[in-house]
Design a binder for this molecule. Structure first.
Ligand SMILES: Nc1ncnc2c1ncn2[C@@H]1O[C@H](COP(=O)(O)OP(=O)(O)OP(=O)(O)O)[C@@H](O)[C@H]1O
Length: 324
């Protein structure tokens, strides 16, 4: 990735906001983990979240994804548009570029806010409803079903988009079989998309570490998100796997999704992201382009001041080619 490419990406026209966090604050008893943080993520944007250990990145992530209800502040999301309950299937263009296909519609869910496209609304109250609204995430630690195959892991992610009820599933009726076949097909497409098409029948626990991380992303994509949040997607990866992860995230963005990513690898973040938000002690220190953030002396000080001795944790490779 060259400097020019990074700058071109910043100048790319970006779309409407898909996520808006304003004044998000999260307290754990007496500890103020996140303090009045704002963030807007737009369609087709890759936004990085950086900060030293304990800065509040994961806590903020958990607020964005509805896992935590912020102590104060608001998170608003452009949820999927309202769909007709009585229409069970819809022919549409797949977000990941697959051919037009019959995809199962969402079930109407009580409490799920479904505004028109482009209109932001408060997050639905339950994490599952947030996923249905179009937000997916991965976690810092791999959370795969170790004894299931890669394909089955992705199929599990797909089930929030199927409409067969418990009885239909138990009886294995025609509707169940139809959905099962569609789910299997879609799961295979997603494995192909992340480069794991040939590993479909491998048990997750037998897969190399980098493949497991990609499998997690495939499973998150199976929920048909418009926004995907990745918590340290390259943690523990070797340089080759890290490069592959970067290519995959670009591919996801090029397919029309927005991405928010937490990472400690600064080179990765500054080469990947359109914008970067740096948190320090729960507060936003700076938000800007990679060039702006990595050349800000406060960012450098925040990292060095923690005593972290991992070079990768320090800002490096400025867009201007200077070493800070
Ligand atoms: N569930 C919790 N209960 C109490 N304190 C918590 C909880 N989760 C996080 N914290 C505290 O909140 C602060 C922010 O933690 P958080 O995990 O969000 O930071 P982080 O930037 O993601 O760190 P890291 O880079 O090490 O993952 C830390 O002081 C942490 O100990």
């Amino acid at each position: 990735m060259t400097v020019t490419e990074t700058q071109d990406r910043v100048q790319r026209p970006i779309g409407e906001p898909v996520l808006e966090a304003s004044g998000v604050t999260m307290r754990f008893g007496g500890l103020l983990a996140v303090n009045g943080v704002d963030l807007t993520v737009r369609e087709g944007e890759i936004v990085g979240l950086i900060g030293p250990n304990g800065a509040g990145k994961t806590t903020f992530f958990n607020c964005l994804t509805g896992l935590y209800k912020p102590t104060s502040g608001q998170v608003r999301f452009a949820a999927s548009p309202r769909r007709k309950e009585q229409t069970r299937f819809l022919s549409r263009q797949s977000v990941l570029g697959a051919k037009t296909e019959q995809v199962p519609l969402l079930n109407e869910s009580p409490g799920l806010t479904r505004p028109e496209p482009g209109v932001l609304a408060p997050l639905p109250p339950k994490p599952r409803a947030v996923v249905r609204a179009g937000m997916a995430r991965t976690f810092q630690n791999i959370r795969l079903f170790a004894n299931m195959t890669a394909l089955e892991n992705v199929m599990v992610g797909r089930y929030c988009r199927t409409s067969a009820g418990a009885l239909t599933s138990v009886l294995h009726g025609p509707k169940f079989r139809h959905e099962e076949a569609a789910t299997r097909k879609r799961a295979q497409e997603l494995l192909d998309f992340v480069g794991l098409g040939r590993s479909a029948e491998n048990l997750a626990r037998n897969m190399p570490y980098g493949d497991q991380r990609r499998l997690e992303i495939a499973r998150a994509l199976a929920t048909d998100p418009k926004l995907i949040l990745l918590d340290e997607p390259t943690a523990g990866m070797n340089p080759q796997e890290t490069r592959q992860a970067m290519d995959l995230i670009f591919k996801i963005r090029d397919a029309g999704l927005s991405v928010v990513v937490i990472e400690h690898d600064m080179r990765f973040i500054f080469n990947l992201c359109d914008r970067v938000l740096c948190l320090v002690q729960g507060q936003a220190l700076i938000e800007g382009t990679p060039a702006e953030v990595q050349s800000d002396p406060r960012v450098i000080e925040a990292y060095i001041g923690t005593g972290e001795d991992d070079d990768d944790d320090r800002p490096q490779d400025t867009a201007a080619g200077e070493t800070p």
